[in-house]
Ligand binder design. Structure first.
Ligand SMILES: [Zn+2]
Length: 379
């Protein structure tokens, strides 16, 4: 009975934890349901329990300031600049820059501050942002940065922020008042940024997507377009090949949610590679180095590198063992393969922390380690 009581108590405690987690998720702020019903409603800007923090080896990054639940809304931010095209046809970087530098583009002080921050980050090798080409994003664990400067513009735009390019408020007095509240706008030429410097910020920080959030788009009847844009606070997110957030665009805003239960203090990461994240380790490393200038050392890359080492060890182990067995079966006196095999076994015992084991035990331990590493990355 006692054990049953204890078990029941454990179940109660577990149920309580689940309920508490559900309560947290249920009470956490989320998008206005109207975004799923009315194509004219844009999601309100939002900054959840996140903060800017210096990430060793990466520069600035975003971390959770409290425990997060899967799916929890973390960030909704309007674009600093955006270009759209037909479904699936993501505009290229040139188009974005051309529109941004055109005479029609007008920037609020909030947009200007973020553009300045992105350009400065590129110049100082702190390109922590996102970029992408096909359906991905970017930001970088920009290796080269050792900056500990955590100052960034306000993550929330001022009230009244509407379209990024300063389209005159059409119609209502309320719209005009809202536009006025966002402050005066100035053209690119008055921002003090030249086009070459802007190009660097675009390449490292832009995000492209072939379509916006499909449930909201389809339910509301809004047109489905592809987009390429810059989103300021979103650009603070560093890369991981096993990201712990998901992001998507809704209307012209970028939405970021937790992809798993995360502890307070966890660094929040996105995937810069889009579907390229499905590629093997060596190809991912090459692309990240070429496009963003850093060597990824995320948990997945480390696990795959370790698995690759073990796989190589296993290959040599098998080859030498076969050679050793063959020599012994021939009754040869000079058992070079056997000596090499025994030497390897000893080295593997040291490498994998095995104490006194037989060859078969060592082999199975290595195989288990390899399969665990493989399972770890097979998400
Ligand atoms: Zn990685």
């Amino acid at each position: 009975m006692r054990s049953l009581t204890q078990a029941a108590s454990g179940v109660t405690a577990a149920a309580g934890a689940v309920t508490a987690a559900a309560d947290t998720a249920a009470t956490a702020p989320d998008l206005d349901p109207q975004v799923y019903l009315d194509p004219s409603v844009s999601p309100a800007a939002f900054v959840g329990p996140i903060a800017v923090k210096h990430i060793p080896g990466k520069g600035r990054g975003l971390v959770a300031t409290q425990q997060l639940q899967p799916g929890q809304l973390l960030l909704v931010t309007p674009p600093l600049a955006l270009v759209e095209a037909d479904l699936g046809e993501i505009p290229d970087h040139d188009e974005l820059q051309e529109v941004m530098c055109s005479s029609g583009a007008q920037y609020t002080s909030w947009q200007a501050a973020w553009l300045q921050a992105l350009v400065c980050s590129v110049e100082h090798g702190n390109s922590s942002s996102s970029s992408s080409s096909s359906s991905s994003s970017s930001s970088s664990s920009s290796s080269s940065s050792s900056s500990t400067d955590l100052s960034v513009p306000d993550m929330l735009p001022p009230a009244g922020y509407s379209s990024w390019y300063g389209e005159p408020a059409a119609g209502s007095t309320a719209a005009a008042a809202a536009a006025a509240a966002a402050g005066p706008r100035v053209p690119f030429q008055e921002l003090g940024l030249d086009e070459e410097r802007l190009w660097g910020a675009i390449v490292l920080n832009c995000y492209g997507e072939g379509f916006q959030d499909l449930p909201a788009t389809l339910c509301s009847g809004a047109p489905i377009n592809s987009q390429l844009g810059l989103w300021g606070p979103f650009a603070l997110l560093n890369h991981s090949c096993c990201p712990n957030t998901v992001n998507y665009t809704l209307r012209d805003s970028m939405v970021v949610r937790a992809a798993a239960a995360l502890p307070a203090g966890a660094e929040l990461c996105i995937n810069y590679l889009g579907r390229g994240a499905l590629r093997p380790l060596s190809q991912r490393q090459l692309e990240l180095e070429a496009c963003y200038g850093f060597k990824c050392s995320c948990d997945r890359c480390q696990a795959e590198a370790a698995a690759a080492d073990k796989a190589a060890d296993l290959h040599v182990f098998h080859a030498l063992r076969r050679a050793s067995v063959a020599q012994q079966s021939r009754g040869e006196d000079s058992l070079e393969a056997t000596a090499a095999f025994e030497k390897l076994v000893e080295a593997l015992r040291v490498r994998y922390g095995q104490q006194v084991v037989q060859d078969e035990q060592l082999l199975s331990a290595m195989a288990a380690a390899s399969s665990q590493a493989a399972a770890m990355v097979a998400f």
